[in-house]
Design a protein. Structure first.
Length: 302
């Protein structure tokens, strides 16, 4: 067996038992991995010389137990993808990750890490942990953090009044600056725009070094202006106009618009599905320091 896909619940003990008898594995995918009781280790090492790729969609283990899982295997792992959906913030400890990767998975080249939390579970202390993932260790690997805000929870719960935060590593994202974090706003209902500007969201933005903003959702211009006012380190802006984005309610925002144009340091702009020249003009007024060509995808469909 070279490829193992477990598309259901699995305990760590059961997975160890399987791995002992499948030494030729190249890839392991597990839907949900957990541990119901204290793990009992034997002295037999799990030698998986060909194992290069591990994906765990939902990982429900303490970090120290996850460390045991990684250390137990003798492999040359190159790709690691995990998703954390819990209140376990130990996975945001940068020192633990750097030590684990350096000492036990040195061949790792692709790392995808997603940490899901419903608001308002994250405290300011947890926001500050994100800053630590912008050190040289992560930059040299081209691994960067994103923060996603989605009030519709992937379009399933449209009545959800509390946004969903998605914090995840992305590999080789060309739009990201070398020492920044990307904020992605998507599937935000217009009725939830006040959530984007509440104290909780502002605390995330202020406590992290967000240099890239991506908007894939409808948004009125005054909300965008207020967001830009607190994104002091913003270097890159990407906007999709595909969902009635940026309704130009700009009359009462002229003074703010002018003030922002003198303080913003955006050097890279991407605009998709542009339908009106006013949309381009509105954005470019914020960006007097553009150093790269504006990329636009025009939408001729009426």
């Amino acid at each position: 067996i070279k490829y193992l896909f477990i598309n259901h619940y699995c305990t760590l003990d059961n997975l160890f038992d399987i791995l002992l008898y499948t030494p030729q594995l190249c890839r392991v995918n597990v839907k949900y991995l957990c541990q119901l009781h204290d793990i009992i280790l034997n002295e037999i090492p799990i030698i998986l010389s060909n194992l290069a790729h591990i994906t765990i969609e939902e990982l429900d283990l303490p970090f120290d137990v996850f460390e045991i899982f990684i250390k137990k295997m003798t492999s040359k792992l190159q790709v690691l993808s995990i998703g954390i959906i819990s209140m376990n913030f130990t996975y945001l400890d940068v020192n633990q990750w750097e030590q684990l990767i350096s000492q036990h998975i040195p061949y790792l080249s692709k790392f995808h890490f997603e940490h899901y939390e419903k608001m308002p579970s994250l405290s300011n202390d947890h926001h500050n942990l994100l800053k630590q993932f912008t050190t040289f260790f992560w930059i040299k690997q081209q691994w960067f953090f994103e923060i996603h805000i989605d009030t519709q929870l992937n379009g399933v719960l449209k009545k959800l009044s509390i946004p969903f935060i998605h914090i995840g590593h992305v590999l080789n994202s060309s739009i990201l600056s070398s020492q920044g974090i990307q904020l992605v706003i998507s599937s935000v209902d217009e009725r939830d725009h006040d959530i984007l500007l509440n104290d909780y969201i502002k605390s995330i933005i202020i406590s992290t070094n967000i240099t890239c903003l991506t908007i894939n959702s409808s948004m009125i211009s005054c909300v965008l202006i207020e967001l830009l006012e607190i994104l002091h380190n913003l270097d890159s802006l990407t906007i999709s106009y595909s969902s009635r984005l940026l309704k130009l309610h700009g009359c009462s925002q002229q003074s703010k618009h002018h003030n922002l144009s003198t303080t913003m340091n955006i050097t890279k702009v991407n605009m998709c599905y542009v339908t009106k020249i006013e949309q381009v003009d509105f954005i470019l007024k914020f960006c007097p320091h553009i150093q790269y060509s504006v990329q636009m995808i025009l939408n001729y469909h009426h």
